[in-house]
Design a protein around this ligand. Structure first.
Ligand SMILES: *Cc1c(COP(=O)(O)O)cnc(C)c1O
Length: 383
């Protein structure tokens, strides 16, 4: 896309990303975990905010690590010039291990097959790999279950002794940290300590032990260890209402999603609105067309419920969200085409937040920001 097309697109709709908010959030999170280093998680294009500009902002605010899910995401950060520690955890057989090792990216292994591929790739690369061993302490997703852990640890120690790799980290991930006080949290903490003890007895000496995601960083200091892996909070969103509000946590939502009203018209009462006529006007009124739809990542599940700030008032999506557009009922208010409709933002100017959209669509705020599609131009401010 050239600049002119970008500007034209940003006129229809834009996701404005406040990099000053990203920097402020990283500083706030570092204060919450003063003895640990901070990893800013950049997976899925920085939760929809743009990984490369957000990574740069996070580094400026002192993030010692960046984290990604896929190796492609990690390699893209390196290609963009990032020179700090980067770790990446979602690997499949045949993944670009060698490229990652050559690019100084810390890799993760939670099973013997991964260690075998790492050792082979390190031999090709002619240098030792930096490996974080992942224990499943109860999430039941990635990572090595306790029964297989001694064997994985022994294999890693043997490969380390041969010079093929260095075990730089031992790590795990929480299942229920967004529910402070959930009994699974204490159980996972204990299981993690047990996994560390097994690794130490086998002769491993990892410099970086890490377990905490955003909710654990904010609510469970015992889980901080050497590094906290913060994602959603870097972008200024609370992990869950139980953990707190963004404002209460001192976080500033970085994304503001808005669009230009494309059409305003008068209609009589009883008029059906949008596909399926799931909304009918209750009397003479004015309708406004908002040029954003599920092709832009607006959840269709927010049909009839998503909130939008237009001309100082909250309006609600009237009828179905379509691929490219939805309608709001202005209740007879006069609004000019070209006025801005703000779907969500920081919330300080009366606009709804991503959390409000999450509630309207029956999901979490993580998904609301991450799903905003590439068709919506990102416009960066305070870079
Ligand atoms: C996504 C992710 C994180 C960050 O989680 P948040 O709740 O967004 O802070 C941390 N660690 C792993 C393994 C993840 O997949």
């Amino acid at each position: 896309m050239n600049d002119q097309q970008q500007t034209a697109g940003a006129q229809r709709a834009r996701a404005e990303i406040d990099l000053g908010a990203v920097r402020a959030n990283v500083r706030t999170l570092r204060e919450r975990a003063p003895r640990a280093e901070l990893m800013a998680v950049m997976k899925s294009d920085g939760y929809g905010h743009g990984a490369i500009p957000c990574a740069r902002a996070a580094r400026q605010a002192g993030a010692g690590w960046l984290g990604t899910a896929t190796p492609e995401e990690a390699l893209a950060l390196r290609a963009a010039g990032d020179q700090g520690r980067i770790m990446c955890w979602l690997w499949t057989p045949g993944s670009p291990w060698q490229q990652a090792i050559e690019q100084d990216i810390d890799v993760s292994a939670g099973a013997r097959w991964a260690l075998r591929e790492i050792v082979a790739a390190a031999r090709e690369a002619g240098r030792p790999a930096r490996v974080h061993l992942k224990a499943d302490t109860g999430l039941g997703r990635g990572g090595c279950p306790p029964g297989a852990w001694p064997d994985l640890v022994a294999a890693a120690r043997a490969a380390e002794a041969e010079g093929a790799l260095k075990v730089t980290g031992i790590w795990s991930h929480f299942a229920c940290a967004d529910e402070p006080g959930h009994p699974a949290n204490a159980a996972q903490l204990e299981a993690f300590r047990a996994a560390l003890a097994v690794a130490e007895r086998a002769g491993l000496d990892p410099e970086t032990r890490h377990l905490a995601n955003s909710p654990a960083t904010l609510t469970l200091p015992e889980s901080h260890f050497d590094l906290v892996r913060t994602g959603v909070s870097v972008y200024g969103l609370s992990p869950s209402p139980e953990v707190g509000t963004a404002e209460g946590l001192g976080l500033r939502p970085a994304m503001t999603l808005s669009a230009s009203i494309a059409l305003v018209k008068q209609v009589p009462g009883g008029h059906g609105v949008s596909y399926g006529h799931h909304y009918r006007t209750s009397g003479d009124t004015s309708l406004a067309l908002v040029p954003l739809g599920y092709g832009d990542g607006i959840p269709r599940h927010a049909s009839g419920s998503g909130p939008v700030l237009v001309a100082g008032k909250w309006r609600t999506v009237a009828g179905r969200v379509a691929m490219d557009q939805f309608v709001i009922d202005l209740g007879g208010d006069q609004v000019a085409e070209g006025e801005r409709a703000v779907l969500f933002g920081e919330g300080r100017q009366g606009e709804p937040t991503a959390e409000d959209w999450a509630r309207a669509a029956g999901t979490i705020s993580y998904e609301i920001v991450t799903r905003i599609s590439p068709r919506v131009p990102r416009v960066y401010v305070n870079g």
